[in-house]
Design a protein around this ligand. Structure first.
Ligand code: NAD
Length: 478
């Protein structure tokens, strides 16, 4: 895989080492950590589908890492490099992410070994429906137990095919919409889910920059404005993170790294135009608003304030970690920094905001969508007009007492009843802020813990351990 070097351990082993490190730092019971690390189940499926070239046999996995809370939740990845180790590693990260973000789900992950660009839409629909059928028949697709969501190579389109497949198999299930999240809004989805992970990356960075004592650790000046940002991967997560950060926080996206190369512009790239070029041309080579180079490996190492890897795992590894010049790494992708690179970067004093916090926005809004599907009612339906009426009464009273008219902008804010998107964004922002507050508290109260990743893992492990203690499983010996 591009830019991935042979590490001495696999992705899954790297995640387990991170758990071991956190267990040691917090003085947690190593036997409990062993129970927590073990995957609950891994299903491998092979199924034939007739496509343009004839009948092809596809291989896919669904890994359930933890079931202490149900359903087990995780993204479904369609990519040629998908394998069991990767799927297990990603399902474990989901368990820790949900625990950190206080989301009552177990961790899971799905993967299908496929290059989606080799198939037309009809074929992809067929392949996705077959995969969904195989998962459902074996009890690995169900609103109560296993609920996929979009990930690399999948989107609302694939989620709606999966929902449709489940509905045709189980038409009597009144909660059928909740079998998958990230659906289109008009098919049981929720406003704000498509961009949720990128929006969450923005909220994480905004929250980090609210704390000058934390920012000081990076050597960066206060405030996000004019920070020079390099971003790898302009897919769902990368595009939305870059769009919100450049449009609303005035950061300068000086480089975008994609599969075919990198585009630079020291004045800041227009993210909308870069994305348009990718959609229309299939890559960055013909982009006219910046300088193009094929050398995307070295681009990760360019001097910048903030590096946002938003493509795939193991992009910063033992071989290039010494050359990374960013002062702050914001892990929008899952596992973009290997365990070995993490050790090197920590020794070099480069600050990392870990994936289990930074990209938790996706599963957070998936949780809102799943809850909405089970309640069969959109958020805010009962109180929106009531809130507007109360705001209008409050405004009238204010103007009567003061004898002054409230300016139009404030007036509209006071009488505004929250839309469903307002509520989703508010819940997402609150989740990102609360998780960082817990991370800061953990560092404050544990002198052995100095970095955000270890702190995040300690919080997650403690919560998981509590569930296992409650079940009596913490005393399990192998
Ligand atoms: P995506 O498929 O929409 O986008 C991935 C982008 O990365 C694509 O534009 C692709 O061309 C690019 N890319 C692939 N290989 C690359 C390489 N070697 N160098 C540079 N660019 C490369 O996927 P996504 O949903 O945006 O997911 C990106 C990452 O975020 C993954 O690690 C995923 O697990 C993680 N994530 C996604 C979500 C979500 O809601 N989609 C949630 C949490 C975490």
């Amino acid at each position: 895989m591009a830019n991935q070097k042979q590490e001495s351990m696999s992705f899954r082993e790297g995640v387990e080492r991170m758990v071991d490190r956190a267990t040691l730092a917090a003085g947690l019971d190593t036997n409990t950590a062993r129970v927590i690390k073990a995957s609950s189940a891994v299903l491998q499926i092979r199924f034939p589908v007739k496509v343009h070239s004839g009948v092809e046999v596809f291989t896919g996995w669904w890994s359930v890492h933890s079931t202490h809370r149900l359903p087990a939740k995780g993204g479904l990845r369609f990519a040629p490099h998908v394998n069991q180790d990767e799927t297990e590693a990603l399902s474990a990260l989901m368990s820790y992410k949900c625990a950190l973000a206080d989301i009552p789900f177990g961790g899971a992950k799905g993967g299908l070994m496929i290059n989606p660009s080799h198939y037309n839409e009809d074929e992809l629909r067929d392949i996705t429906r077959h995969f969904a059928q195989e998962l459902a028949r074996r009890g690995f697709l169900d609103p109560a137990t296993n609920v996929p969501a979009p990930d690399m190579g999948t989107s609302a389109r694939e989620m709606s095919w999966i929902a449709d497949t489940y509905k045709s198999l189980y038409p009597e299930d009144i909660n059928q919409d909740a079998c998958v999240t990230g659906k289109p809004v008009n098919r049981g989805g929720i406003p704000g889910r498509t961009e949720a992970t990128g929006k969450g990356v923005q909220y994480a960075l905004q929250e980090f920059f609210r704390h000058p004592d934390e920012v000081a650790k990076t050597g960066l000046s206060d405030g996000l404005t004019d920070k020079r940002v390099v971003i790898q991967g302009l897919g769902n997560v990368g595009y939305h993170a870059a769009k919100f950060l450049s449009e609303e926080d005035n950061v300068k996206i000086v480089a975008v790294i994609e599969r075919d190369g990198v585009v630079y512009n020291e004045e800041g790239l227009n993210i909308h135009d870069v994305r348009q070029c990718m959609v229309e041309q299939g890559g960055l080579r013909d982009f006219t608003g910046g300088q193009f180079s094929e050398n995307h490996h070295e681009a990760l190492e360019m001097e910048c304030d903030i590096l946002i890897p938003a493509a795939l795992e193991s992009q910063i590894h033992a071989d290039n970690a010494m050359r990374i010049q960013a002062k702050l790494i914001v892990e929008a992708a899952n596992g973009p920094v290997t365990y070995e690179a993490d050790e090197i970067l920590r020794r070099r004093g480069i600050v990392m905001l870990p994936d289990v916090w930074v990209n938790a926005g996706g599963v957070t809004v998936s949780y809102f969508e799943w809850s909405r599907n089970l309640s069969h009612m959109r958020f805010g339906r009962l109180q929106r007009r009531f809130d507007e009426l109360r705001g209008a009464n409050y405004l009238r009273a204010l103007e009567d007492v003061s004898g002054q008219e409230v300016p139009a902008k404030i007036r509209s804010q006071i009488v505004h009843g929250a839309s469903e998107l307002d509520l989703v964004r508010s819940g997402l922002d609150d989740t990102m802020r609360s998780a960082f507050s817990d991370i800061r508290d953990t560092i404050k109260h544990n002198p052995e813990i100095h970095d955000y990743r270890t702190a995040a893992f300690v919080i997650a492990i403690r919560k998981l351990a509590q569930s296992y203690y409650d079940l009596g499983l913490a005393e399990v010996r192998e």
